[in-house]
Every structure is written in C-alpha cells, then in structure tokens.
Design a protein around this ligand. Sequence first.
Ligand code: 13P
Length: 335
Amino acid sequence: MSERLEDIAVQMVAGGRGLLAADESTSTIKKRFDTINLESTETSRRDYREMLFRSDEAMKKYISGVILYEETLFQKAADGTPFVDIIRAAGSIPGIKVDTGAKPMAKYPGETITEGLDGLGERLARYYEAGARFAKWRGVIAISSSLPTRGSVRANAQALARYAALCQEAKIVPIVEPECLMDGKPGDHNIDRCAEVTESTLRIVFEELADARVSLEGMILKPNMVIDGKNARKASVAEVAERTVQVLKRTVPSAVPGIAFLSGGQSTEEASAHLSAINATADLPWFVTFSYGRALQDSALKAWNGKPENVAAGQREFTHRAEMNSLAAKGSWKK
Ligand code: 13P
C-alpha cells in the first residue's frame, strides 16, 4: 500500500466505498448503548465493535476505512487479534479521532471550541506507529438566527487547520470536519440558513487551511449536507442535493480529492437517498461518499441488542446499510 498522503486520500473515497465512523467517545457510545439498555464497559464496547469489524462482506466491499476512538485503536478482539489487523486484513484503512471534544467556548455563549491540539504531534506519532493512516477532528458550528458568530467559526477553523498541518507532517491524512449542526438547539432553522452558514464556514475553513500550508491533495473534507434543522424538516431530496452541491462547488477547491459526508441525525434511509441524489449530479470535481456513524450503525445496534446470539443479525443490518450507501456513493441507490 502506498504511503503517499494523496494515494491514501483517494483510497478512502474512491470506488463507491466509504468510511465507517465508529469513533464514538466513551460518553457518546454510552448514550447509544442506553437505547438498548446495555451497560457500556470495555468488554461490551469491544464486542459491539468486533461485530462490525468482522462483518467481512461489508468491510471488504463497501468500507474503505474505519474511524476509531483511541481505546479501540489499541484494543484486541476476544481471540486476541488486534482490531487494526482485522481492519487491514479486510483491505480497509484504520483511522483515529484525535480531537478531545467540543468544549464551551469562553465568552461565546452557546458555542464550542474543539480541543486537543496540545501534544498532538506526539500523539500522532504513536497513532501512526499503531497503524492509523488517517485522522479526524470535528469542529462544531451551532446554527440559530444569531449563531454562529464569526469569532467561533474562525477559532474552530484555525484549530482544524493546525490539526491538519500536524497530521500531514506525521504522514497521516486529515479528515477536516466542520459540522454545521442539523440537530442542535433549537434546530428550527431552514435550509436557506443552513446553506448560508455552511457556505461561510467552508470559506473560512479553506482560508485557514491555506494559511496553515495544508496540502489540499492530501486531505478529505467531512461536511454536513445542506438541509433543514431537525425540527423544521421539509426540503425534498432533490432540493437537499442541489443546495448541497451548490454550496460545495462554491467553496471546496477541486484539488481536494474527496468529500465524505457525516449523517448528522438524518435517518438511515434519508442519508442514503441524499447521498445518492448528490452523486447523480453531473460533473462533480471530487469523489463524494459517506463517513457515517449513526446512519451505518443504528439498525445494526438495534438488531444486535447486546446479545451474542444476535451477532449475525447485527452484521446483516450493517452489511445492508453499507451496501445501500455504497450504491448511493455511485448515485444508484433506489428505495
Ligand atoms: P454521524 O454520521 O452519526 O453524524 O457521525 C459521523 C461523525 O463522525 C461525526 O463526527
């Protein structure tokens, strides 16, 4: 496998394959497990993720890479095989979430700044050693009639750019994720407001990436789609696709090899429908695929329900969603 950032980046997004975001922090995975009344322990987290990573067909055919949380990067399956080896054996690339979370931003009520830059260079060297070839950092942009503020968008974009530069020096492809929230509070903004905020955010993010000397060819963008807030849903699939492509074409240089969307609280089917409609658009200058967490995992988690006898059922659900999103990444998903 090539070690060039450009080659890894293309491998992450090409050929109708996409990324599995399995990098829920310990507090987020607890929330997911709460929905099936399962206690979150190191063992239950291992069992759940082992079910996903050992879904052979899904991993080989549809999943180009897996975003891991630090615990999982160094974790072993029940039989002692490191997860990294299982992922690699399936022809998929291990990646790592490296931010330490979005924290309340001083003097900016209602907004957050993502932390994790201190000591990041040393951590990246350890993650590379452990087999990670790409990383993720998520900046969170709140949307309301008065938010986001310029100060918060700028601070988050600058942190994303500093992170991306450190990754590239460590031979790791940065996934740059500025998420303009669909499911924040109050969540009643419409698609026009989402378009406006996403466009201005991406413009600032690419300014900061340029100032940080980040190579666009060696990164992946992970944006939100342009969509109504979760409490104001009404735009059609066609409109979401059209508005999303318009904003991305205005802001994302064609030197960026790929765009891998987050699902952000869309239902599993919506996330496939929107991605497919976006990919059915003619002449996109980038590979466009998925980097879904909930939209790939929700049905698998439910089918598994924390029980060893349901592993095969969970894997079937995961494989189905992975296949649907792979079709969507080629613009050919159908309900
Ligand atoms: P969702 O697809 O559930 O939004 O998660 C993707 C992700 O990695 C957010 O950082």
